[in-house]
Design a protein around this ligand. Structure first.
Ligand SMILES: *Cc1c(COP(=O)(O)O)cnc(C)c1O
Length: 410
């Protein structure tokens, strides 16, 4: 790693904290150590901070204050939504619908449900990463109790037609959950207009702290309104109205709220700025680097997401070489510790395994500058060139992985 310059372009994996968020958290670490359930004034101060934080976060998605439930992560919010809804509604039916490009925090809980006797319909996506609305409607049965489809994808940035999905869910009286971890604070979300019943978000994807998330649960108009269609997956104290017990991380949540506030203020200008930088990278690379292409949808994608394919080389090598040049990026493939399976998302949009291995994800953030993009575009071509010269996958030899799909290759 080059000490003099480091350009962080992996903001979909996590974001650095905004200094204004750090300032807010530090203040609370010092002053607000109380347990929000305590009756004394330190505890009540903590409880007040939670109320204010809930309000701020709710306003970003047009929710009500008491519809926000704090969790320890986006993953936890997804798990509560999926296991909580299916447990509560299992006598109504055992069928859920999800998509082929969900984050593992939704995909793996769905697989667990399948092991426990649920039926899971996994909707395919098209080349751009979009589900088909009529296919969604066709997959609904009398036993369908939950639709869980992500707002925007973490690898290719595709934004789903959430309002249309919400309408269908409402029409058929099915609970609709969306994993909005990548979309929250980046693009407009309105849970009322979009008929969203449950929504997951995470602070660390939004310049806030790691280990803080939330689940929005639509209130059905009564105290503990959540009890109508979801149940907790953990039991303990009375925090978060018993939906999610455990002493609440007040400083982290105050930081999450500050991050949401900043996101609201800066959303419009950041969307415009990122879209320009994103499209500049896509245009420049696909025009100037031979055998490169864009993965995902050209326009229905997050303003900060670029996912590029490079034939004949591997994404991991590109990432490692760019890192030596002082640039942080990511591959398209989500490697599990045991194997180096190509990304399920890239396979779902129709890439061949060897193509999926040659992808590079570049995700912009609040602190990404025009100069950072210049630097990337200067350093990327020689890296691609060098790797292609060394590559055993010379042009014409395209099927190296065709019959070794389970094996680790380097
Ligand atoms: C990061 C991410 C998650 C997981 O959030 P954590 O807070 O890291 O647990 C879930 N879904 C999507 C789409 C993500 O990008």
């Amino acid at each position: 790693m080059n000490d003099s310059k480091y350009v962080y372009l992996d903001n979909a994996a996590t974001t650095p904290m905004d200094p204004r968020v750090i300032e807010e958290i530090n203040k609370h670490f010092k002053e607000n150590y109380g347990n929000s359930m305590s009756l004394h004034s330190v505890g009540q101060k903590a409880a007040q901070i939670l109320v204010k934080s809930r309000e701020t976060i709710a306003s970003l998605i047009n929710a009500e204050r008491d519809e926000i439930f704090f969790t320890s992560s986006g993953t936890e919010a997804d798990n509560i939504a999926i296991f909580g809804v299916t447990a509560k509604n299992k006598n109504r039916g055992n069928h859920i619908i999800t998509s082929a490009i969900e984050h593992h925090a939704v995909g793996h809980p769905s697989e667990e449900l399948e092991k426990k006797g649920f039926e899971v319909s996994v909707l395919p996506v098209d080349k751009g990463g979009l589900i088909n609305i009529s296919e969604l409607e066709d997959s609904i049965t009398k036993k369908t109790i939950l639709i869980s489809i992500m707002f925007a994808n973490n690898e290719i940035g595709t934004i789903q037609p959430i309002k249309e999905i919400g309408e269908i869910a409402k029409k058929h009286d099915i609970i609709f959950h969306t994993d909005a971890v990548q979309a929250f604070g980046k693009i407009p979300i309105d849970v009322k207009k979009m008929n969203i019943d449950l929504l997951s978000a995470s602070a660390h994807k939004l310049y806030g702290p790691k280990g803080v998330g939330m689940l929005y649960i639509k209130n059905k108009g009564v105290r503990k309104g959540w009890g109508k269609f979801i149940e907790p997956i953990m039991y303990g104290g009375g925090h978060e109205r018993e939906m999610r017990p455990s002493t609440v991380n007040v400083p982290g949540i105050a930081g999450f709220a500050r991050a949401a506030e900043l996101a609201k203020e800066e959303m419009q200008s950041e969307m415009e700025r990122h879209t320009k930088l994103r499209d500049r990278i896509i245009k420049w690379v696909t025009e100037n680097i031979e055998d490169s292409y864009l993965n995902g949808h050209p326009t229905k994608r997050l303003p900060n997401n670029v996912n590029l394919g490079f034939k004949f080389i591997e994404g991991e090598s590109i990432v490692l070489d760019l890192d030596m040049e002082g640039i942080a990026t990511s591959t398209g493939s989500a490697c599990s510790s045991k194997s180096l399976e190509p990304s399920h998302v890239l396979l779902a949009i129709g890439l061949k395994p060897e193509e999926a291995h040659g992808s590079l994800r570049v995700t912009l953030g609040r602190f990404t500058t025009e100069e950072d993009v210049d630097y990337l575009l200067r350093k990327l071509p020689p890296v691609i060139d060098r790797l292609r010269k060394m590559s055993p996958l010379k042009k014409g030899v395209k099927y190296m992985f065709a019959d070794s799909s389970n094996e680790h290759h380097h």
